[in-house]
Design a protein. Structure first.
Length: 152
């Protein structure tokens, strides 16, 4: 795969994957014609316009730790377009996980209320309160860990 591109005035990569393609054009008699454009012809045309070869994305550089994400930043390396691989904490992913964990905890609140109600009324507890506590504490521990990531 051959990719050519350039960095526009806004700092964004504009690129195209080159492959043999058919071009429709009008000849000097204004008659519609078709021709095949080779990759080499496209490279010549694009190079004349200032386009450069674009490096392939390095999949090894895309690997990151849990709670991180990689943001690609293209840059003009004079004879080609290359990438900086910037690793950042995945704040959106952490916030989404927090939201799901909090919802999970809230979903089991009714069990606590029901258990307390039964206890006050002198009735048998419908839930294993010890297991329920262990499950809810595990969720709270995960929430605390993620909140700590956000503070760092």
């Amino acid at each position: 795969m051959i990719e050519y591109g350039y960095i526009n005035d806004s700092g964004y990569l504009v690129s195209e994957i080159l492959k043999v393609k058919e071009e429709v054009y009008k000849d000097k008699n204004n008659k519609t014609r078709k021709r095949i454009l080779s990759v080499e012809e496209q490279i010549k045309t694009l190079s004349d316009k200032g386009w450069k070869p674009v490096d392939a994305i390095d999949e090894d550089q895309m690997q990151c730790k849990e709670k991180e994400s990689v943001h690609l930043e293209p840059y003009d390396a004079i004879d080609h377009i290359a990438y900086h691989y910037n690793k950042h904490m995945d704040l959106q992913g952490i916030k989404k996980s927090l939201s799901l964990l909090r919802a999970n905890l809230a979903d089991s609140d009714y069990k606590i209320v029901k258990s307390y109600e039964c206890s006050l009324a002198g009735l048998d507890n419908p839930y294993d309160i010890y297991s329920l506590h262990i499950q809810r504490q595990a969720i709270r521990d995960k929430i605390n860990k993620l909140e700590k990531y956000l503070l760092e």
